[in-house]
Design a protein around this ligand. Structure first.
Ligand code: SF4
Length: 734
């Protein structure tokens, strides 16, 4: 059998992989499949990180193979047929719609879904059932970037591409540990930066000296929550020094004067003091931004996961607009997506406020276009955005949700305020959980478990962060009775009476229908199909008449190269924001700011990577990072056990004392749920305050206290015994 070219199913970098049968005579081989980087893939050029390289080892482990059901959560599951499971789901949907209305049906999906899965779910929920209650874990990941792009440019869609990593004069990385979270993007940048040492500047903004910050020419270790102040301070200097592009501002933007009025209030001395950095470093950052021919900014969760995430992302975009750093090689604001097909989800309308083809639920023309394409009566799609991720938990708490359907994600680990989340999940009258793996933490809260075929077992499309679309063909038979996610959604649709809407015979047909809804939109993909993508990945926009080569030439691989934006007046919008600060400030009871993030080897809630030996050995346990000054004051050292407490819960972790984190700030990796470690859940501590625009929760910052644990106390904590340890802390870094 020959090799299969596909895409890595982990992060949004979207590296091309080549999978072939294992020939090694070593016994036992780690997997039947050998994976290597696809040198022909334009995004990754043959590179892969440890996750992509080991992915095949997780394919066959701990799979959910058959549908399972139970009447209540305290009963064991029993194996059932697909017929019984699907009949129960369709009956339940009919019952909930009849008794509570369509708004009581919710689906929570994932950037792990392929575009065909996403699209089919939108048609079922938003079109046929008439509720926009489809949201995805992308809400926790990059919905602030989506909102910022839409508000600033008139449309979603990251303007730059990965080639800009090797064409920039200044890379500005804020709120992103790219080296660990998007390793191959950082590999490309790091190689180029080292080759051009001294000529290309790398600025990293992060309260931690991360693997990314270690490569920086300038590391701005700002206080958590001061990003807007920092960026307004840079803008202040750019304006004062006239390092701006007046012609671009004049011809291609709107509302610069209102913005200039706000940044006037951010002189360097004040900004440096608020951010906890030196004036010299601030001025250096502004000088490099202002005098570089091209500036590329990268950002991810450190900006997006904030109660002012949209404001932060727009403030970063403002810097690009005032300096004309967009639509040209090596320039532009580039949000890195967390998941392999979060971009495809955005294209297919996979959030509660959007529709396929970068359309908005609230826009009547957009709704009508989609209704016509779906051959549904006018008014079928509700004009009201559906429940966002956290709102679904609140809906469960309040008894407003009659059916909760989860696909390809693990909310019992990844949602904020996890004890409250679990209590909400326990209240669900009927939860369908569709996943490839079993057990997971969320399975504990399900009434119906549906076995999903995963990467390598179904054919579908994924789009990576730079808008490159890749066909991911099936290369091995589906195990047990697993089915593709889109097939499950379509079958339920047919059982609800929508035979015409779900008459497809293949994923290729689903994709053909979807791309028609992108015609004339920023994300025009009408030139794409499974057949065409079988020859190799293609970046959008790619209208029907374009070949891959002419599309790239015409669009220069970047959006907005012509400085025309899809707003009503064709101009990009400035927006002026003052700093709002953290939603939960540290105080005397909870004196530390806790932040969290990924480690290089692990992925999300370990559903796959927890089952790969090499990665488990690489990161055997979660550690709490603390600055030496804080540790000294608490008389703690590396290896000591501590309890971290917030207003919502506690976690018990081993300490790592490191100078790579700011005084007053702590860090926990976000990967460990109840299945993988005892009482080390990061989200036991986080809160659910959201950005009012994007509705993305502020997972990145919570106020916590630290309690040293003796051996006896640790035994008591782990056994769940009541204990009163008293709170010990240090004052916040002022
Ligand atoms: S960088 Fe991301 S897409 Fe590339 S191999 Fe690693 S996990 Fe996969």
């Amino acid at each position: 059998m020959t090799s299969t070219k596909t895409l890595c199913p982990y992060c949004g970098v979207g590296c091309g992989l080549e999978v072939s049968p294992t020939k090694s005579k070593k016994a036992p081989a780690d997997s039947d499949w050998t994976v290597r980087g696809d040198r022909a893939h334009p995004s990754s050029q043959g590179m892969v990180c440890v996750k992509g390289a080991t992915i095949a080892e997780a394919i066959d482990k701990n799979r959910l193979l058959y549908p399972l059901m139970r009447a209540s959560l305290d009963e064991p599951f029993r194996r059932v047929s697909w017929e019984e499971a699907l009949t129960a789901i369709a009956d339940r949907i009919r019952h909930v719609v009849a008794t509570q209305g369509p708004e009581a049906v919710c689906m929570y999906g994932s950037g792990q879904l392929q575009t065909e899965d996403y699209y089919t779910a939108q048609k079922l929920l938003k079109g046929c059932l008439g509720t926009n209650n489809f949201d995805a874990n992308s809400r926790l990941c990059m919905s602030s970037a989506v909102a910022a792009y839409i508000q600033s440019f008139g449309s979603d869609g990251p303007p730059p591409c990965y080639d800009d990593l090797e064409n920039t004069d200044c890379a500005f990385l804020i709120g992103t540990n790219t080296a660990e979270c998007h390793p191959i993007v950082f590999n490309r940048l790091r190689k180029y930066h080292r080759k051009k040492r001294g000529k290309v500047k790398l600025i990293v903004v992060d309260p931690r000296r991360t693997e990314t910050a270690k490569d920086a020419d300038l590391h701005l270790a700002i206080r958590p929550g001061t990003d807007i102040t920092l960026m307004n301070g840079i803008a202040h200097i750019l304006l004062r020094q006239r390092w701006i592009d007046a012609m671009f501002i004049d011809e291609a933007t709107k509302d610069f004067q209102a913005y200039a009025e706000v940044i006037r209030h951010y002189p360097p001395e004040r900004v440096a003091e608020v951010c906890g950095i030196t004036v010299k470093d601030l001025e250096e950052a502004a000088r490099w931004w202002g005098l570089s021919k091209s500036v590329l900014s990268l950002w991810s969760m450190g900006i997006n996961q904030s109660s002012e995430g949209t404001a932060k992302a727009r403030t970063l975009i403002n810097l690009h607009l005032m300096t004309g750093q967009i639509g040209k090689p090596g320039a532009g604001p580039f949000s890195l997506t967390g998941q392999p097909n979060a971009m495809g989800g955005r294209e297919a309308g996979g959030l509660a406020h959007i529709l396929p083809g970068y359309r908005l639920v609230k826009n009547p023309e957009h709704r009508r276009a989609v209704e016509q394409a779906w051959q549904l009566p006018a008014g079928s799609i509700s004009p009201t955005p559906g429940l966002a991720a956290w709102d679904m938990m609140v809906g469960l708490e309040q008894g407003a949700v009659g059916l909760f359907w989860v696909a390809a994600t693990n909310p019992a680990v990844s949602m904020p305020d996890i004890e409250r989340t679990k209590a909400a999940l326990r209240r669900s009258p009927f939860t369908v959980y569709q996943d490839a793996y079993y057990p997971t933490e969320t399975a504990e809260y399900a009434h119906v478990l549906l076995p999903a075929a995963q990467w390598g077992e179904k054919t579908g499309i994924m789009t990576n962060s730079e808008r490159t679309v890749t066909l991911c063909p099936a290369f091995q038979p589906r195990p047990g009775e697993t089915r593709a996610d889109w097939e499950i959604f379509a079958e339920v649709g047919r059982r609800l009476g929508f035979e015409q809407q779900f008459a497809w015979q293949s994923a290729a047909e689903v994709y053909d229908e979807f791309v028609q809804l992108t015609a004339g939109r920023v994300c025009d993909m009408t030139g794409l199909s499974h057949d065409r993508l079988a020859a190799g990945p293609i970046q959008w926009p790619c209208p029907q008449q374009e070949t891959a080569q002419t599309a790239w030439n015409k669009y220069d691989k970047r959006l907005y190269a012509d400085h025309h934006f899809p707003t009503p007046n064709g101009r990009a919008n400035f927006a002026a924001f003052h700093e709002g600060g953290l939603a939960e400030l540290p105080d005397t009871d909870f004196p530390f700011v806790l932040t969290n993030g990924r480690l290089y080897g692990h992925w999300h809630t370990q559903t796959r990577t927890g089952r790969i030996d090499k990665i488990r050995k690489m990161h055997p346990e979660p550690l709490l990072e603390m600055n030496p000054l804080d540790a000294q004051r608490l008389q703690l050292q590396s290896g000591d056990w501590v309890e971290v407490r917030s207003r919502r819960g506690a976690a018990c972790l081993k300490l790592l004392v490191t100078q790579y984190i700011r005084k007053g700030v702590l860090f926990i990796p976000m990967h460990w749920g109840a299945l993988w470690a005892d009482q080390a859940e990061c989200n036991a501590l986080t809160h659910a305050a959201v950005c009012p625009i994007s509705l993305q929760p502020e997972l990145k910052a919570s106020a916590v206290a630290v309690v040293p644990l003796t051996a006896e106390m640790r035994v008591a904590v782990m056994s769940g015994e009541q204990h009163d340890l008293g709170l010990v802390g240090v004052a916040r870094d002022q």
